[in-house]
Design a protein around this ligand. Structure first.
Ligand code: GDP
Ligand code: CA
Length: 340
């Protein structure tokens, strides 16, 4: 069986650990299509947070407490950059992590696509899952906010008629989340470059050959949506008659961790398992999903055209997560058109 998972960073990485366990047990082949919308160039280094979270976690090199970056990290480079007052100072760039970014940046500058760079980095980490960036092209999630301190010369896009204070400005998603904790008045997310991006080498082939496609319990707005924004990827899921099953990142009206609640609020969507399912939509009505896993506390969730099943969704350890994956595959195996 060939399984393809669409995924973001930390939540997705945990899910993939369980999916890998399930795949090892059953002999399935596992491919992950990973968000690159969080990618950013800082201090001249190309940083791919979600790819690295997935690679480090599956490779046993992630910091278990922090959830991102390398275990046993030190911060000499960050402190030295701060001593130079080199902006941005709000981004945590660990010494061990820097080596990854140096290799990636060097290879990209030499002309290798990100997919080839990822494969090269994975030769060290042996994640046991084929990791593909959604695209080899530049695609960045930016966030349109009301700037509390407009810079001199800012033009004010003032549809609201509220005057010149707080002009709209697009900032990188990393700045929005890490520097501002998402606490600015926020209007929308923009996937810069998405319209021109092409799926990375191997992505369409993997989706076309998949026996089941899973959507990890990742942030729907800033992890999964940027993957689906690459022209051709959504069509590839829809064009493969094999089932698509998603796993809710929301348990009991709150994200387990992270900022999915903030992001869903920006879209005006409720932070519920049903809200996220509705965002993805039912395949029958030109959306994505055949099936949707929710936690037992959300047992009452019903979404038109989507088969919903309740199983424990806390990814407390790899075995519990593998059981979730197994439930997703079982749901996928059920004949479509059956509800309840
Ligand atoms: P990021 O790119 O690092 O933000 O990670 P993802 O987008 O892949 O995952 C973030 C999402 O994972 C958040 O919306 C969380 O609610 C979800 N998440 C984290 N841990 C769990 C868990 O144990 N169970 C479920 N169902 N979702 C989780
Ligand atoms: Ca991310």
């Amino acid at each position: 069986m060939r399984i393809v998972v669409l995924t973001g960073g930390i939540g997705g990485a945990k899910f993939l650990v369980g999916a890998r366990e399930y795949a090892r047990r059953t002999g399935a082949e596992l491919t992950a299509v990973v968000n690159v919308g969080d990618d950013v160039i800082l201090h001249g280094l190309r940083i791919s947070p979600d790819l690295d979270s997935v690679m480090y976690t599956l490779g046993g090199g992630a910091d278990p407490e922090r959830g991102w970056g390398r275990a046993g990290e030190t911060w000499a480079v960050k402190n030295e950059l701060a001593a130079y007052q080199a902006e941005p100072t709000w981004f945590g760039l660990g010494d061990r992590d820097v080596a990854t970014h140096l290799v990636r940046t060097t290879m990209l500058n030499a002309g290798y696509p990100l997919s080839a760079v990822t494969e090269a980095l994975c030769a060290r980490w042996q994640p046991g899952v084929r990791l593909l960036p959604a695209t080899d092209d530049r695609l960045e999630t930016h966030v349109v906010v009301s700037d509390p301190e407009p810079a001199a010369g800012d033009t004010v896009d003032d549809d609201s008629g509220t005057g010149p204070v707080g002009g709209e400005r697009a900032i990188h998603f990393q700045e929005w989340w890490i520097r501002h904790r998402g606490a600015l008045p926020t209007h929308r997310f923009v996937f810069v470059g998405a319209a021109q991006a092409k799926p990375a080498a191997g992505v369409l082939e993997a989706l076309a050959a998949a026996d089941v496609m899973l959507i990890a319990p990742s942030n729907p707005v800033v992890s999964i949506a940027p993957v689906l924004a690459v022209p051709g990827i959504r069509e590839a899921l829809a064009g493969n008659p094999a089932p698509v099953v998603g796993v809710s990142p929301i348990i009991g009206d709150a994200p387990v961790r992270g900022m999915a609640d903030r992001c869903l609020a920006v879209l005006g969507e409720p932070c519920t398992a049903a809200g996220v399912a509705a965002l993805y939509g039912a395949r029958r009505t030109a959306g994505l999903l055949d099936g949707w896993l929710v936690d037992p506390v959300d047992d009452a969730t019903r979404v038109d055209g989507i088969e919903v099943r309740a199983v424990p969704l806390w990814m407390s350890d790899p075995a519990a997560t593998a059981a979730m994956v197994e439930a997703a595959i079982e749901l996928a195996d059920r004949p479509t058109g059956v509800t309840g």
